[in-house]
Ligand binder design. Sequence first.
Ligand SMILES: Nc1nc2c(ncn2[C@@H]2O[C@H](COP(=O)(O)OP(=O)(O)OP(=O)(O)O)[C@@H](O)[C@H]2O)c(=O)[nH]1
Ligand SMILES: C[S@@+](CC[C@H](N)C(=O)[O-])C[C@H]1O[C@@H](n2cnc3c(N)ncnc32)[C@H](O)[C@@H]1O
Ligand code: SF4
Ligand code: SF4
Length: 319
Amino acid sequence: MLVDDFGREVSGVRISLTDRCNFDCVYCHNEGLGDTRGPMEPSDDEMSTDDVVRFLEVVEEFGVEKVKFTGGEPMLRQDLAEIIRRTPESMESSLTTNGTFLPGRAEDLKEAGLSRVNVSQDALDPEAFAEITKSGAYDNVLEGVQAALDAGLDPVKLNMVVFEHTAGYVEEMVDHVAENPGLQLQLIEYMPELTGRPEWNIDIQRVHDWLEGKADRVEMREMHHRRRYYVGQGMVEIVDPVENEDFCANCHRVRVTHEGYLKGCLNRNDDLRPMGQMTRGEIREAYRETVANRVPYYGEYLVQDEDDEWVINEKYIGA
Ligand SMILES: Nc1nc2c(ncn2[C@@H]2O[C@H](COP(=O)(O)OP(=O)(O)OP(=O)(O)O)[C@@H](O)[C@H]2O)c(=O)[nH]1
Ligand SMILES: C[S@@+](CC[C@H](N)C(=O)[O-])C[C@H]1O[C@@H](n2cnc3c(N)ncnc32)[C@H](O)[C@@H]1O
Ligand code: SF4
Ligand code: SF4
């Protein structure tokens, strides 16, 4: 496994398969690429099936153990099951989706080798859901979650971004997973730096404190040192990257954009390496360079000045 200059092994890759989406969530960071999504129109800049598979075969040589498929909405790719089927057997594959296309397709994905799925569901209330996603697909998403459970995808994680529009629904969502075996919940800290709406922010520490009092047991996950709270039959994990040096110090994934650009960090677009029509040997080299240039975003790329403000480390200005 390759290790970067900060001692972080790269054990996983996170691949955005498309920037297209059938939703228009008010907070969407689109995996760091800004709002370039068009609803359903076909796109000619996406990696082909073969490009994705070739990349996975190369990183398998470096001992990468896990791949996460995301987007945009990755299930808009009709070749998703084929990609999963052709993913090297040694790698665990998981998917992050808005869930709308899971009914009727979850079983195929499971059969193709998908291990588990994360479904974005920000509330148990259709009106709040519609306001956030700009879609009327609430029932469809619930059906998608059930289809994933029925297909035996395990676990099925619900992703909920904690921000102004959803804060009032956190308790209900925690109770929901506590009562439903097979479901887990990820409470994701809202990232304002990629959306430009700081006023929607909620202090995630308040949620940690509340869960600490409610949980039967608390664990720390190796990746990102995320805290996991066990409540009833469910597990609630907090994903809190913002201004969190410990989170970045334990970041073990390289990312790939839908056009096939390697990228060392979600929050940075100044280290992109296009794989384009590269040969396997060239991809190998580009991957090595990406890992070699990885830096923890908070704590190294951004550092705190004397007023505790996060500013770009001088080393990286103009680099
Ligand atoms: N800044 C930052 N945010 C991340 C990172 N990983 C996940 N997130 C945030 O968490 C969201 C949900 O991630 P998911 O795609 O569900 O996957 P995950 O939670 O990272 O992975 P698993 O728990 O292993 O399924 C992402 O879209 C980001 O908003 C990371 O490395 N850095
Ligand atoms: C970009 S989406 C891509 C996959 C799929 N379309 C979905 O919604 O699950 C991946 C995850 O990013 C989260 N996300 C998007 N914008 C965010 C933001 N500004 N802050 C925190 N999480 C965000 C979403 O809630 C979703 O769980
Ligand atoms: S469903 Fe996912 S990709 Fe689509 S707008 Fe919402 S968060 Fe973004
Ligand atoms: S370095 Fe930090 S911000 Fe960048 S991807 Fe890793 S955890 Fe996220």
